[in-house]
Ligand binder design. Sequence first.
Ligand code: SIN
Length: 325
Amino acid sequence: MLSVKFIDHELPNCFMNASGPKCTDLDQLMTLASNKYVSCVVSKSCTVEHRDGNPLPRYWEDDALTINSTGLANKGYKYYGEISEKVTSTNKPFIVSVAGLCQNDNLEMLNHLNNIPAVSAIELNLSCPNIAGKPQVGYDLDATRDLLRKVFDIKESVASLVEMIPIKEITKPLGLKLPPYFDPNQIIQTADLISEFPISYVTCINSLGNGLVIDPNSIGPVIKPKCGLGGIGGDVIKPFALSNVYQFRQALPDKIDVIGCGGISKGRDAFEHILVGATAVQLGSVFMKEGPSCFKRISEELTMELQKMGFKNLDECRGKFTPII
Ligand code: SIN
């Protein structure tokens, strides 16, 4: 009932983890890979070098929202290539998320990971809000265009970078993790640009960047980095996630999947993401708060929601959202 086709795989259900919480090291990734209700495993966004991330405290939650400024704490891209065979030994696709601190870092990581057989796909994160002094590339059309041109002309682009052999065209499915957009025109322009390239999927949305939560018991913020500014996730962001999934689904060609991410904490939320056109969904804040059991709970709730609404499977429900005329 929940099966989907995604990145050339037939997946038994539509749930994967969002690149973010609890997907940084092999233990965490194997916990995801061995969970029957996780159909595809996504790594923490990696950088060229290992990073400890931003100073603590850098995460806070309440019932409605989460705020994080993790700062891309990760083990460095080579680690994710090295462990890819173990992660896929459970026969689940493994997507490595990359978030280079500059364009050449992204090209270096893509070139390397593209050559590793057990890496199933690469998710290029254009939307991390938490690195001081590094704007979110996904908000800059020219920078996004320039990066994608170089990615898909990688032989030429990396010719001047050292230690980059063997170089071959990008052959793995490539996804883009996008920031939330708030104006329909931004979405049209971004979708038009993405459509020029052989992108497999977009993930909508990353956290809402640079939110500020003030500690209820003090006069300061709840997290330390960037004076308290961080990415907002959790239930409060669902309307923005649904809006972005819906608009990107309308604006992109069918061959580019839209993956829904944001504000999914129960089966009904996943149902709504599918209704507006998501192929599959990623769980972030709820996984951070509840742990691995959220995948089973939300799968079962989604199955019940589909039955209640009279749909036999996800294909029947996908895109059936109908505006009031
Ligand atoms: C972080 O590591 O700061 C979060 C990553 C992201 O939002 O893309």
